[in-house]
Write a protein that binds this ligand. Structure first.
Ligand code: CP
Length: 303
């Protein structure tokens, strides 16, 4: 039995197979409409979500399966003090696969150690968000045609943004990727990520101003400042609008630069950018359904 805790749990060949499957699902949905007949997905979300939970649920329903779960820790027995280890033992009797989001880093990993069914980390605190990374990689592969040889700028909250941590780790395995980290001093990429890049001798640069680097980017990955991870409101208010991508700044960028964002967006991308052909974040969210369908089939060994 296999779980997904980190994007590194799949090697690049396995990722290629997963993305090929996701693409086939997108092109031939009828072929997959009953692959999960009789199977149940549990979505155990201890933290808020729109995309991840609903795309998982949509994925399972489109595969012919059914869905159970909770979207709020307070509507589960976590509110009475039940541990994730006990909860997953129970869920193992009710479902065939579980997607879990938790505010505590490592909670899905703890659950996986007691689980009798595959567990998918759907985001754990400020740590990892592997299925967002699968979505991001599929989007890049489909829209750029390759997963190597590009310069990517990651902009915003690089400290608490779990999507950024997972994406950097995943991209560190592809050839000739140059990372530009664009953040205020207080929200720089954690040291453990920098150490990984140094160990692999991968090129990266840390800068504060988006305008200084936007012209050099093939991909701009914008992120929201993660309000829920701040210790005080004052710091959040000071940093929340540090970056706002608007059409003026975009005029400095390459004509084919891809703009990605895991969403939700707050103010960091002006809505006027949405109509620009380089804005791919809504398409990116749609790819999330296909890649999660492919992931469910892979972990349930149905493909
Ligand atoms: N991208 C993402 O994780 O969005 P949600 O928090 O809405 O699931």
């Amino acid at each position: 039995m296999r779980h997904l805790m980190s994007p590194m749990d799949f090697d690049t060949n396995e990722l290629d197979r997963l993305f090929d499957l996701a693409t086939d699902i997108e092109n031939n949905p009828a072929k997959y409409a009953h692959k999960c007949d009789g199977r149940i997905l549990a979505t155990c979300f201890y933290e808020p979500s729109t995309r991840t939970r609903l795309s998982f649920e949509s994925a399972m329903l489109r595969l012919g399966g059914k869905v159970i779960g909770f979207s709020d820790a307070n509507s589960s027995s976590a509110a009475k003090g039940e541990s994730v280890s006990d909860t997953i033992r129970i869920i193992s009797a009710y479902a065939d696969i579980c997607a879990m989001r938790h505010l505590k880093e490592g909670a899905p990993m703890v659950a996986s150690q007691k689980s009798l069914i595959p567990v998918i980390n759907a985001g754990d605190g400020g740590h990892q968000h592997p299925t967002q990374t699968l979505t991001d990689l599929l989007t890049i592969r489909n829209m750029k045609g390759h997963l190597d040889n590009f310069t990517i700028g990651l902009c915003g909250d690089l400290k608490f943004g779990r999507t950024v941590h997972s994406l950097i780790k995943a991209l560190s395995r592809y050839e000739n990727i140059r990372f530009i980290f664009i953040s205020p001093e207080e929200l720089r990429v954690p040291d453990y990520i920098i150490e990984l890049l140094n160990e692999k001798k991968l090129p990266y640069k840390e800068v504060i101003r988006l305008e200084d680097e936007i012209a050099n980017l093939d991909i701009l990955y914008m992120t929201r400042v993660q309000k829920e991870r701040f210790f005080n409101e004052e710091d959040y208010v000071r940093l929340k609008d540090f970056y706002v991508l608007n059409t003026d700044k975009l005029s400095l960028a390459k004509k084919d630069m891809l703009i990605l964002h895991p969403l939700p967006r707050v103010n960091e991308i002006d809505v006027e950018v949405d109509d620009d052909p380089r804005a791919a974040y809504f398409k990116q969210a749609r790819y999330g359904v296909y890649v999660r369908m492919a992931l469910i089939l892979t972990l349930l060994e149905l493909c």
